[in-house]
Design a protein around this ligand. Structure first.
Ligand code: HEC
Length: 419
């Protein structure tokens, strides 16, 4: 008798528990999450290995989905939760993760067909309208079926005869299965990029960590990337004679591929007074001993005038493990910009601040980078590990925080000042 009420309670709990789990169905609960957060990449012709557009596509992957989503490896998003908000945050919240896990635990039931949300339509063309200028290299670049990833820089000449304000840079990747990510650098003088291009046969030149010169960066592309206009009153200022260097990271797919990527520029349509600059906070002194699984390097960038920061990139190479970027205000207050606790080289993200961050003169931006140079490091390239220093090659490392910002007092109305 004494155990009676408890047994009843447990029994009720079990019944309630299973009814609860059965309530979660694909059509009503899971499909809306997948349509919003997964199918930009998980559909035919895109970078992800399988489509998640339909129940039939998704069902065989249920266990794997529970694993990837439960461990927050999918959707790919590497900024720590709860530190700061970003407009391009792809992560699922705890309730969405819970729905997916309960659905898989309940045997991935289909549910009522009538509740199925519409499959979103995709516009694979220009997202922000026809650009004013479209640039591409001459002939499709050929990518072999097998082998190491390739990093190729292509030089494009916009033939600007005067300085040009641009408020949208949009990339149309030529091949979404092999193009992994695209970074665009501007060679404002237009000479070094051309020399490197001419020094190597074929279209473009090989470039892993960067284009080979200190360059001005404008937006590129990555899976799921959504192009945006520059913030009100700001733009990219491209000098007369400048060249664009488009760096493409190619992933080998098992079959030969070709790629002809296009870059669209929209000339600023709104009044533009401020340049959207790149700022850098560097850990140049890095010397990562072989075997060290937790090597830390720091950098600082003093801020010389009032600025507003709009977005941040945390950049390292294969051995990068974590990065934290924050600002210290003149009164000593700490302001978080981005914390990347599990850095992944394959996902180079520009974190767009939901609330732009003003930093007064006298602030300092700090960067702390952690590297794993042990034999167990997930993308370790040297066997045995070797001493690694700062550089652009695959086997070098970088600890670079990039902060896109404007200078608050700048007012260029005639476009005569250049970055
Ligand atoms: C921004 C693109 C992108 C988004 C969004 C995305 N994925 Fe992925 N997904 C990938 C890529 C690329 C891979 C291949 C592995 C890798 O590169 O990490 C992958 C791999 C996976 C895998 C492992 C497949 C295997 O081979 O084992 C699962 C499961 C998965 N994704 C589920 C999801 C789910 C569920 C969502 C949404 C909640 C999602 N993904 C959102 C790009 C994406």
């Amino acid at each position: 008798m004494r155990s009676g009420p408890l047994a009843v309670a447990v029994c009720l709990w079990l019944v309630a528990g299973s009814a609860y789990a059965q309530d979660v169905t694909y059509t009503e609960d899971v499909a809306p999450i997948l349509m919003q957060h997964c199918v930009t990449c998980h559909r035919p012709g895109e970078v992800a290995p399988m489509s998640l557009l339909t129940y039939e596509d998704t069902r065989p992957w249920a266990r794997s989905i529970a694993q990837e989503v439960g461990q927050k490896r999918m959707p790919p998003w590497h900024a720590a939760a709860g530190v700061r908000e970003y407009t391009n945050d792809r992560s699922l919240d705890a309730a969405q993760i819970d729905v997916i896990l309960r659905w898989v635990a309940a045997g991935a039931p289909r549910g009522d067909e009538a509740l199925l949300p519409p499959v979103p339509t995709f516009n694979d063309g220009w997202q922000l309208g026809e650009p004013d200028l479209v640039l591409a290299w001459d002939a499709p670049y050929q990518i072999e079926a097998e082998g190491d990833d390739e990093y190729r820089c292509f030089v494009l000449d916009p033939k600007f005869e005067k300085d040009q304000w641009v408020d949208v840079v949009e990339v149309l990747p030529g091949n979404r299965t092999t193009d992994h990510h695209i970074v665009i650098y501007v060679d404002q003088a237009g000479t070094i990029a051309t020399q490197r291009d001419e020094a190597e046969p074929g279209e473009g030149y090989t470039c892993f960590g960067g284009p080979g010169f200190l360059a001005y960066m404008v937006p590129g592309w990555g899976p799921g990337y959504v192009p945006t206009e520059t913030p009100e009153g700001s733009g990219y200022l491209l000098r007369a004679g400048s060249k664009l260097v488009v760096q493409v990271h190619y992933h080998k797919t098992g079959s030969p591929q070709e790629d002809l990527t296009r870059v669209g520029l929209r000339f600023a349509r709104r009044p533009t007074q401020r340049v959207l600059y790149n700022g850098y906070v560097l850990g140049l002194s890095l010397q990562i001993p072989p075997g060290d699984a937790n090597y830390v390097v720091t950098g600082r960038a003093p801020i010389q005038e009032d600025i507003t920061v709009y977005s941040i990139v945390a950049h390292m190479h294969y051995l990068g493990k974590a990065m934290d970027i924050w600002a210290e205000l003149p009164d000593g207050t700490r302001v978080d910009l981005v914390t990347v606790p599990r850095f992944d080289f394959y996902w180079q993200t520009e974190y767009a601040l939901a609330e732009p961050q003003r930093l007064p003169k006298g602030s300092v931006i700090h960067m702390q980078a952690t590297f794993d140079n042990s034999p167990e490091s997930p993308y370790q390239h040297s066997d045995p590990p070797r001493l690694v220093t700062f550089g652009e090659q695959t086997t070098d490392e970088m600890a670079v925080g990039v902060f896109f910002h404007t200078r608050d007092a700048e007012n260029i109305s005639d476009g005569s000042t250049s970055p």
